[in-house]
Design a protein around this ligand. Sequence first.
Ligand SMILES: Nc1ncnc2c1ncn2[C@@H]1O[C@H](COP(=O)(O)OP(=O)(O)OP(=O)(O)O)[C@@H](O)[C@H]1O
Ligand SMILES: [Mg+2]
Length: 251
Amino acid sequence: MSITTAVRSTLLDFRDVELVFPDGTVALSGVDLTVDRGEFVSIVGPSGCGKSTLLRIASGLESASGGTAGVSANRIGYVFQDATLLPWRSVQGNVELLAELHRKSKVDRSAKAAAAIDLVGLTGFEKHLPKQLSGGMKMRVSLARSLTLDPELFLFDEPFGALDEITRERLNDELLRLFVEQRFAGLFITHSVSEAVYLSTRVVVMSGRPGTVVQRFDVPFPMPRDPDIRFTPEFAELVGDVSHALREGHR
Ligand SMILES: Nc1ncnc2c1ncn2[C@@H]1O[C@H](COP(=O)(O)OP(=O)(O)OP(=O)(O)O)[C@@H](O)[C@H]1O
Ligand SMILES: [Mg+2]
């Protein structure tokens, strides 16, 4: 079934979603998932359980073969694990790309790009080419490019998976700041349980293939989030509970 639209503060409403690939592989089965305005939902699950497939359905790149995959966000941002930058374009040129594809005027898109570049802390690097940037900076460019669309719903597929821990932590804090300031709803995939808990208002655990939601955890820590919560017993306990559910679902 294709993507349907719904009014409400629910931006993503998946009910009993199933996806069977043409070769017969059942990637997803019976997936129930909602993302409301103001929510940042992370998904953790074993490799191959259908997380990327789920995001592709949310973005409209793929159609569910069963159930209803409702998305009512007008503008959707999508950040992949790979920054997917055009190597011959400068930072400014890469950030302007989506606005360009949406046929925004030159003045509009350069103003939007400048604001987004500022938001991700890359002012001064506008003329740099991707090869002159670190992995973390490339990811910032990718974030900035999607921010130019003012997304209501932001989809992230393991965006920081390839980065070292310090860079990842820094980008986690920047993403949290953007979430609080820009007020998009987030759907974030990661293999790191502590990253999921730190960033999210809710963490969803998926089982192995065919992927389905096995458990949900509300994250009680307030936003804006204090980086020091990562060192509290409450945080460690929740990370432990999610990790446990992940192992159970894997069996
Ligand atoms: N086009 C396709 N045809 C057939 N099977 C596919 C296709 N695309 C993906 N799959 C299978 O569907 C399952 C889900 O893939 P998906 O990429 O969504 O997993 P994932 O949870 O994102 O994994 P990872 O954590 O490794 O990124 C996998 O078993 C994969 O092999
Ligand atoms: Mg994936």
